[in-house]
Design a binder for this molecule. Structure first.
Ligand code: TRP
Length: 353
């Protein structure tokens, strides 16, 4: 039998929920979020934003968090943070998140949610925290020392999920250790403090994406730091420029071969996801016309696919007051929910004076 924490088990749970979601959307509260370190890109859009909008429109309770405190887990600066946060709200709205249905908030603005950190920290051991593979990978990738926050931010992420009693968390595979930790914390809290009463926290499940990860223009993982990403907020000209500068190879004939031709194949995958066609079909159509023709095709595919979203985004770019209002209202609601949950937590712990 596979062990409880394994990928297979999480995947099975995720699949079960995926089938149940359209049937009983009202049973689910989704919480997920992003670190405001820059603009959202096509990888975010196809990997998760589209899915959030779908869940929202299905009638699931949807909450989207801008994880500003997580920015300082592996960086020593909060430069541009406000600008990044407002731009993230613009990206969300442009992509179809509706603030009347989806609560959009910044976790630094919700003191009661952050206060859950104290009881939650008492429910995890140092050993459990130290063996988290995602924290280790982030530490290595950033070259940052293991600060107290980097070590314990997965507990803070449990606060994010549990303050609103989230029970589905759409995430990539790298986030599974954090979801496991959240489950452990919820289980332990309920067991320790809700012996004779209704459990305070729900069982949390990851909703694993079933769409393959969109590679960057060079075939590597799409990342702002590699310069291989197209942001949702780019203009058509910036998009053309980014694609034009991407590295292909000397072979004229266009073929889809991710292993041996990462550049050409990354371009084909981008065109495929934007047009709904297959990579092979597009490659065959372009054939001997070479990478110039391919780049032209990809540019048009991206610019057509995102024309409407970008047009909507311009409206928000020109109405920062509205963007600030959306966030203020999300934060107000988040505080209401967090205070109610913290009250339940204090009650369960007998800390009411
Ligand atoms: N750690 C996530 C990331 O790096 C962002 C995040 C913060 C998050 N809190 C969360 C995701 C809670 C899901 C649930 O992308």
């Amino acid at each position: 039998m596979p062990n409880e924490g394994s990928y297979e088990v999480a995947l099975e749970r995720s699949e079960r929920i995926r089938t149940d979601l359209p049937e009983h959307p009202e049973r689910y509260t989704m919480l997920t979020g992003d670190r405001p370190t820059g603009r959202l890109h096509l990888g975010h859009y196809f990997g998760t934003l589209q899915n959030r909008v779908e869940l929202q429109n299905m009638g699931v309770h949807t909450n989207v968090l801008i994880a500003d405190y997580q920015v300082i887990t592996d960086r020593d600066t909060t430069e541009h943070i406000r600008d990044n946060v407002y731009n993230m709200v613009m990206d969300y709205l442009a992509c179809g998140l509706d603030p009347d249905k989806t609560m959009i908030y910044t976790h630094s603005s919700v003191p009661a949610a952050n206060q859950l950190m104290l009881p939650f920290l008492s429910l995890v051991s140092e050993a459990e925290l130290s063996r988290n593979p995602t924290v280790k990978a982030e530490m290595e990738a950033s070259g940052h020392e293991l600060t107290g926050l980097l070590l314990t931010y997965p507990v803070h992420q449990a606060c994010d999920i549990l303050f609103c009693k989230g029970n589905v968390v759409p995430v990539g595979r790298d986030q599974l250790p954090h979801i496991e930790l959240t489950r452990t914390i919820a289980r332990k809290f309920n067991k320790r403090y809700c012996k004779d009463t209704k459990p305070v926290f729900p069982m949390v499940n990851a909703l694993l994406s079933d769409t393959p990860l969109l590679p960057g223009l060079d075939g590597r993982k799409m990342s702002k730091s590699y310069g291989n990403a197209i942001s949702i907020s780019m203009t058509p000209e910036e998009t053309a420029e980014r694609i034009k500068k991407s590295q292909t190879d000397g072979e004229r004939m266009i073929t889809f071969d991710p292993e041996n031709r990462p550049g050409v194949s990354g371009l084909l995958s981008t065109a495929a996801i934007c047009t709904g066609r297959s990579e092979v079909e597009i490659a065959e159509e372009i054939g001997m016309s070479g990478s110039g023709a391919l780049k032209k095709y990809v540019t048009e595919a991206v610019n057509n696919r995102f024309a409407e979203i970008r047009e909507r985004r311009h409206v928000y770019e020109n109405d920062l007051d509205y963007v600030k209002d959306v966030l203020a209202e999300g934060n107000r609601r988040a505080n209401e929910i967090a205070e109610a949950t913290l009250a339940e937590v204090c009650e369960a712990m007998g800390m009411t004076y």
